[in-house]
Unconditional design. Structure first.
Length: 315
């Protein structure tokens, strides 16, 4: 059985023994658009994190039986074409939850305590010049007692909520916008935003959520609030957020995702220089343990497929 991994670099040199034990494994650190067909040729199983496998490519791979997506999202695969061609597609869900939860609160904690600014001052020697034992140049805010609004209450949002409660925050689950019925335990979307001291986004990107947080909806937030996005770029209107940060309409934002990745030279958030934004390069998912779980789960998907009981099936 020939297994091809198209973008091994996204797995950060993690041990691939669980995969190589299952067949003839060929790895490519990167695969560009022109290389996809050549790299996949003759493969029974293709593993891709972000490499696009479109209908034209899939139609030219008659030996291909299984696509393992090394991620949860499957937007890089033409699922309709795969189904028509009888190619099974499996993803991996939940592997990165502890890592993303940790990153969510790392972003928030840095913002609420202005750690990034205090650290820079220490590096610049300002503490040495202080006329008292500490520096109190930037505000420090506790999470305890604050309204922590979660939009997207799947397994990840629920895990974030448990940690927020451990900090002493009041967790509020926002209902979908324009919902006609408010589910038990949830608060209407606009009301939740008005209440938020922290807004933490954990929903998928789709037609309903694209640019959901724009000038109008972000404008509902308190000037003292924080926005954290470790979900997907495109859920937040980036130009609108820059305008709101520039005008100090919210206190801060922590983002791990952008609408186009890697960051483009003209991206508003990538170009923003204010201290009230912390931007990280889509690393929330990437703890060492998280990637190890991912590799093991991909291997399990392959084993289960070969045993006739496919797991994590998308198509």
């Amino acid at each position: 059985m020939k297994i091809v991994l198209l973008d091994a670099a996204t797995l950060a040199n993690t041990d691939l023994t669980p995969l190589s034990a299952l067949g003839e494994l060929t790895t490519y650190q990167h695969t560009n658009k022109e290389q996809v067909l050549t790299h996949c040729k003759g493969a029974d199983i293709v593993i891709s994190n972000k490499v696009v496998l479109d209908a034209t490519t899939l139609a030219k791979l008659p030996q291909l039986k299984l696509i393992c997506v090394a991620a949860t999202g499957t937007n890089n695969i033409d699922l309709d074409a795969a189904k028509e061609l009888g190619i099974r597609v499996c993803n991996v869900a939940g592997y990165s939850t502890p890592s993303v939860v940790q990153h969510t609160f790392t972003l928030l904690g840095n913002l609420m305590s202005n750690i990034h600014r205090y650290q820079q001052d220490c590096a610049n020697g300002l503490w040495q010049q202080s006329n008292m034992f500490c520096r109190l140049d930037y505000s420090i805010t506790e999470l305890s007692g604050k309204n922590f609004v979660i939009f997207g209450h799947g397994s990840l949002g629920q895990a974030v909520g448990k940690v927020a409660e451990a900090f002493g925050a009041q967790v509020i689950i926002a209902e979908r916008p324009n919902a006609t019925d408010i589910r038990p335990g949830r608060i209407a979307f606009t009301e939740a935003l008005k209440m938020a001291d922290v807004l933490s986004i954990h929903c998928p990107l789709n037609d309903e959520t694209r640019n959901l947080f724009n000038r109008e909806t972000l404008g509902l937030l308190k000037p003292t609030s924080f926005v954290i996005n470790t979900a997907r770029g495109g859920i937040v209107d980036e130009s609108a957020l820059v305008e709101i940060l520039t005008n100090n309409q919210i206190t801060g934002a922590g983002f791990d995702v952008l609408s186009v990745e890697p960051a483009q030279a003209n991206n508003p958030l990538a170009n923003y220089q204010g201290h009230n934004l912390i931007l990280t390069p889509h690393t929330a998912w990437a703890a060492k343990e998280s990637i190890e779980r991912l590799v093991k789960e991909i291997a399990n998907n392959i084993v289960n497929f070969n045993n006739g009981r496919a797991s994590n099936v998308v198509v």
